[in-house]
Design a protein around this ligand. Structure first.
Ligand SMILES: [Zn+2]
Ligand SMILES: [Zn+2]
Length: 344
């Protein structure tokens, strides 16, 4: 079967034929992939940035793809055969079940995660083996294609949860990439009083949000944006979510908060950030990190997708057959699209 793989410890990805996976092992299912999103992580793996070279090196060669939905076509020992035919999404954060953290039952804290699409073979392929307990049912009425959004949305849902999101909050999102867009769409769905999204030379991505009815979008490269944002800020936002992965915006995020507001950092900047500690102390602000998405965030997302599939659908802007992965990745590296799906 055709698969998009990282073959060796260097830049680039390869579309190659590999044998189909065998029968599922105990506790596993075989999934026929319907759609898989391209993530910023996949772009970093393509470029082979230092942080990925470190932990992926020993897993190569490996098939990428971790934002996926499909249907179960076979089950291994111990899995209910009634699962065959079920539409599911795959939580890629598979715990090793052997390390010290796992032995204590802290699977989220696993020290040796077997991440789908990074360590174990992923979903840029027609078939995928996954542990059944990491496959969550996609609710009836949600198209499989939208299921591929569940993983990036779960990252956003977790960021909101870490920030203590509640109905009626005023929130700002830094960075209108797919994670930031997901945070904005979820916050609106969950009842935020105001959702502002701030980008820099991000016109196409902000336009997608405007078309979804999220009106407070600011492109800081445009004249007058700073004044318009200051007006929207008013007395300060309750919660700011950083989803740009750029260290310089951390301080800008703090400046957007009201006293005692919370900044959640969901991006992963590769350089240190410089922070105005005086502001942090004076206004009693908090900075919290969000990573390692728990199952509760997935349940929140699947419920939201079931309640309002149409309000999330515009986040998918492009679809390519897997055979055209090259063109799809080139488009993503240009930072203009929202979510790009590969269809095997
Ligand atoms: Zn991802
Ligand atoms: Zn573990």
């Amino acid at each position: 079967m055709l698969s998009l793989r990282k073959l060796e410890a260097a830049g680039g990805l390869s579309l190659v034929e590999v044998p189909e996976p065998g029968s599922p092992g105990p506790g596993e299912v075989l999934v026929r992939v319907a759609a898989t999103g391209i993530c910023g992580t996949d772009l970093s793996v393509d470029r082979w940035t230092a942080s990925y070279a470190g932990f992926m090196g020993k897993a190569l060669p490996v098939t990428l793809g971790h934002e996926t939905a499909g249907r179960i076509v076979a089950v291994g020992a111990g899995v209910d055969p009634a699962r065959i035919g079920c539409a599911i999404v795959v939580d890629p954060a598979v715990a090793c079940r052997r390390c010290a953290r796992c032995r204590e039952g802290d699977f989220i804290g696993c020290l040796d995660r077997q991440a789908v699409g990074l360590i174990r073979d992923g979903a840029f392929a027609p078939l995928l083996l996954a542990p059944d307990d990491y496959c969550y049912d996609l609710p009836d009425g949600v198209p499989l294609e939208l299921g591929a959004l569940a993983e990036p949305l779960s990252v956003g849902a977790h960021a909101l949860a870490v920030g203590g999101f509640t109905v009626g909050m005023r929130i700002a999102v830094l960075g209108p990439g797919p994670i930031g867009q997901g945070v904005a769409a979820l916050a609106r769905h969950l009842g935020a009083a105001q959702v502002a999204v701030i980008g820099l030379k991000d016109a196409p991505r902000l336009d997608v949000l405007r078309a979804m009815g999220i009106g407070d979008c600011f492109d800081m490269a445009e004249p007058g944006a700073a004044e318009a944002l200051a007006q929207a800020r008013g007395e300060g936002f309750d919660l700011v979510v950083e989803a740009a992965g750029v260290p310089e915006v951390i301080d800008q995020g703090l400046a957007l908060l009201r006293p005692q507001g919370v900044l959640v950092v969901a991006g992963m900047p590769e350089r240190p950030a410089s922070v105005d500690i005086m502001r942090l102390v004076k206004y009693r602000l908090e900075i919290r990190g969000a990573s390692r998405v728990p199952p509760s965030a997935w349940q929140m997302v699947l419920k939201a997708l079931a309640e309002a599939p149409d309000s999330f659908a515009p986040l998918v802007t492009h679809r390519f057959p897997l055979a055209q992965a090259d063109a799809a990745f080139r488009l993503c590296h240009g930072r203009t699209p929202s979510k790009v799906l590969l269809l095997p």
